[in-house]
Design a protein around this ligand. Structure first.
Ligand code: SF4
Length: 447
């Protein structure tokens, strides 16, 4: 296995218990290591994509648009303009003479045809190289058409996916503060960092509404331009996940003084704590009572149904590799609840604090890894003889090639994994995958 780990990557891998905790992270990927990370443009695209009544225009070669076409599959309760992927399809001639005219014409035609509430224009690598002035074109079209047209400075090469999150948040922040907030309740929040892949945002909204909390804007799952315009009127920003929308919450805190809490909606423990934290913030005894009742009711249904899966999964080994480390914390706890053991955990964009927390909550011998790659991940899965690997679209083939069960916890899933209902779905899915008879026939098991 030693040959699999490049010398320069060694400091980004830690084995708990072997030595005092130390990990190098939050840095550029090693050239040639074939990182699992995506580019800056992709980072912006995944954050803004679920804003369903906006036009999303990728200014660049067609490949960038194809790469991120319908990337999250996020559900909308109304318009579905976000599911179309528009591109200026830059060609050699545009690269030589500039693409601004083409961009202007594309924007005008698309806005006339689709009547969106706003438009996001994504910059890609080649646009960064030829220097098209996105800001000027967007300003001109915005003035002519009377809707916000926002440049997203997401040139693929200028950093990693995390820089894309920041570019997306900067673009969204230009909308904030433009809407009427007069009718917003003092007990109000914005939900940040849930992308409504399978309807989670609706489920979480329902919990908050049962508590008596008004949700002003979902940013960005089932998102709307006009909600974002008035989201500065909410009393609290509730941010899920590590990175994707935290920059927006920070900008709102600086400009509007909106307080921020970080939560996770995954697993019983974290879901309940998220609801309690919001209730405690509003310091309203009646709301706290409603929250307790809600959790009690949900657990009364869930707990007996989980039992059957816990018995069958006891002692099975899991590996986790996700985008943001915050999700990994919840997954470690959820696997523990199912009686399973996490033997490897890593993320694309974790910070030092994130990894310190992972070190704290995992067992001795667990491999903790930052910004990994397929060769390393394959080696870890084999070494730890895992029963299930949890990750996203790029991790799925790694698992299947090795004959390891896989659980998609990213863009491609179609079943809710958040909330109490999501915990049951997760247990069912892990159980079905891990105990599938097919794994008996793969060479790894058939020795
Ligand atoms: S922006 Fe650059 S790195 Fe990203 S998909 Fe397009 S060409 Fe590739």
């Amino acid at each position: 296995m030693q040959t699999t780990i490049l010398e320069q990557r060694a400091e980004q891998i830690h084995r708990k218990g072997d030595a005092p905790f130390s990990i190098s992270c939050d840095k550029e990927s090693l050239a040639g290591a074939v990182s699992q990370r995506a580019c800056v443009f992709c980072g912006s695209r995944v954050v803004l994509y679920p804003i369903a009544d906006a036009l999303h225009l990728v200014h660049g070669p067609i490949g960038c648009a194809v790469y991120t076409w319908d990337i999250r599959g996020a559900l909308s309760s109304g318009p579905e303009l976000h599911r179309l992927s528009f591109s200026t399809d830059l060609q050699e001639k545009d690269v030589i003479f500039g693409g601004e005219e083409k961009l202007y014409k594309a924007l005008v035609e698309l806005i006339d045809r689709h009547q969106p509430k706003g438009a996001f224009v994504y910059s890609t690598c080649i646009v960064g190289l030829i220097g098209d002035d996105l800001e000027a074109v967007c300003r001109k079209v915005s003035k002519e058409k009377g809707i916000p047209v926002l440049p997203v400075q997401s040139e693929g090469f200028k950093g990693n996916k995390r820089a894309g999150y920041e570019a997306a948040c900067k673009a969204m922040f230009r909308l904030v503060g433009k809407g009427d907030t007069s009718s917003i309740s003092p007990h109000s929040i914005n939900i940040l960092g849930d992308f409504n892949l399978a309807g989670e945002t609706w489920l979480i909204r329902e919990y908050f509404e049962r508590m008596g909390v008004e949700v002003v804007a979902n940013i960005t799952g089932d998102g709307r331009v006009n909600d974002i315009k008035r989201c500065h009127g909410a009393a609290l920003n509730v941010v899920q996940c590590s990175g994707a929308t935290m920059d927006l919450a920070k900008m709102m805190k600086d400009k509007y003084g909106t307080p921020v809490i970080r939560v996770s909606y995954f697993g019983i423990e974290d879901m309940s704590e998220a609801l309690y934290e919001v209730a405690r913030f509003f310091n309203d005894p009646k709301m706290l009572e409603r929250t307790k009742n809600l959790i009690r009711e949900e657990l009364a249904v869930l707990t007996p149904r989980l039992e059957k899966y816990r018995g069958a999964l006891k002692g099975k080994r899991a590996a986790i590799y996700v985008g943001g480390a915050f999700k990994a914390f919840s997954l470690v706890k959820a696997f523990r609840l199912l009686g399973m053991k996490v033997v490897m955990v890593g993320s694309q964009t974790g910070t030092k604090e994130d990894y310190e927390e992972l070190e704290e909550i995992t067992d001795d011998g667990t491999i903790i890894v930052d910004d990994s790659n397929p060769l390393e991940l394959s080696a870890f899965l084999k070494e730890k003889d895992v029963d299930i690997f949890v990750g996203g679209v790029k991790e799925r083939p790694i698992a299947y090639k090795l004959g390891v069960a896989f659980c998609d916890h990213n863009h491609e899933r179609k079943e809710i994994l958040a909330g109490y209902r999501g915990m049951l779905n997760f247990a069912k899915e892990v159980h079905a995958s891990v105990t599938s008879p097919v794994w008996r026939f793969v060479p790894r098991r058939n020795k």
